[in-house]
Design a binder for this molecule. Structure first.
Ligand code: GLP
Length: 242
């Protein structure tokens, strides 16, 4: 695990973008894993700037989202597909047909999860996966207690995560869906390179567990200790308990 502590939070954009771009330069058809949340936003903006300057093209890449709320209709401003379109896809030259998400309105949610695993496999697996981390150590929506070998499935969000995410729903906790579809920890661990970004003191304990804690389903991100190629980008506050 490569730990990079960045003095200036804005430098996370270029460093994260470098980590993605190296895969795209090596293979213009690279398969990218995208994360929602505030942590990757600077990376998306930097990739958008590089594409706008003609320095990089994602036009032949494919992309897969990590997770999705259950029950939010297509186009809902907080559906993760909408968020990724707004925060990333609109800034770069990805072909929308090559951006894949989970359908949280599917009638057969289990079937949707199986379909998604097959789609990732058919694309050849994910080359580089961006990740944030929840303050309880969740990655994607794999909450504490998630099986470390889990694949894409339906999960129930914890009260803490719904409270944390209420800010995106007009501070209305009850508007945050109770269920989600999420790649499992086993799915995420199958990506060839993981790039996790954590910013701010509220993430410090989760980062401490991720890097120094015992591997445990109680801190799902600790599964990353077993992965051969992980890059962790931290600001000093997130790194303050290391
Ligand atoms: C949500 C997402 C996670 C993300 C987490 C942290 O729970 N499902 O993928 O890592 O939020 O978000 P942020 O980066 O805004 O702190």
């Amino acid at each position: 695990m490569e730990i990079v502590i960045i003095d200036e939070p804005e430098d996370v954009g270029p460093l994260g973008a470098d980590a993605i771009a190296q895969h795209v330069v090596a293979n213009p058809e690279a398969v990218l894993g995208l994360a929602t949340g505030s942590s990757p936003l600077r990376v998306y903006q930097e990739l958008g700037a590089r594409v706008a300057r003609g320095e990089l093209s994602l036009s032949r890449c494919q992309a897969f989202l990590l997770d999705e709320y259950v029950g939010l209709p297509a186009g809902h401003p907080e559906a993760y597909r909408t968020v990724i379109d707004r925060e990333f896809c609109d800034l770069v030259d990805l072909d929308p047909a090559n951006v894949h998400g989970l359908d949280g309105t599917a009638e057969d949610l289990l079937g949707e999860c199986t379909r998604y695993e097959s789609a990732i496999a058919a694309a050849g697996g994910i080359d580089v996966q961006l990740l944030g981390i929840g303050r309880d150590g969740h990655i994607a929506f794999n909450e504490p207690g998630s099986s470390l070998g889990s694949r894409t499935r339906v999960k129930t969000l914890t009260t803490q995560t719904r409270l944390d995410n209420a800010r995106f729903f007009g501070d209305d906790f009850h508007a945050v869906p109770l269920h989600c579809l999420t790649q499992g920890i086993g799915t995420i661990s199958s990506a060839r390179h993981l790039v996790l970004i954590a910013l701010g003191e509220p993430k410090a304990e989760a980062v401490h567990q991720l890097v120094e804690g015992p591997i445990s389903a109680l801190w799902p991100a600790t599964a990353l200790q077993l992965h051969p190629h992980v890059t962790v980008l931290l600001d000093p506050a997130a790194a303050s308990r290391l």
